[in-house]
Design a protein. Structure first.
Length: 106
């Protein structure tokens, strides 16, 4: 029995002193728990912050689309005929419509 006890003591002496300190071990366990296992762990917080950034970008895009839709609505109210001709290619009975598209080469 004494042989097992001495081998244990030798093994404990090989471990650096700070790692044998019970306060250090408790703090290390606490930080590991908070980083990896807690409900509000680091990885979850990082994912949530990315999701918030994506939602902010989407909000800006939708705000721009809303502004564009408001402008189109005002154009429609001001000049209904012009809007219908340009947007939906409508024509009068005695007219022909020619659609000319510009090449957008980079």
């Amino acid at each position: 029995m004494a042989g097992k006890n001495t081998s244990w003591k030798v093994l404990m002496r090989q471990i650096p002193a700070p790692l044998r300190n019970k306060y250090f071990l408790v703090l290390a366990f606490f930080f590991m728990w908070m980083i990896f296992f807690d409900r509000h762990d680091f990885i979850t917080q990082w994912r949530l912050s990315r999701a918030v950034e994506n939602m902010k970008q989407e909000k800006e895009e939708y705000t721009e689309k809303i502004e564009q839709a408001k402008k189109e609505r005002l154009d429609l109210e001001v000049n209904k005929e012009k809007f219908a001709r340009e947007k939906y290619y409508m024509k009068k009975n005695n007219e022909d419509v020619f659609i000319i598209e510009e090449n957008k080469e980079d």
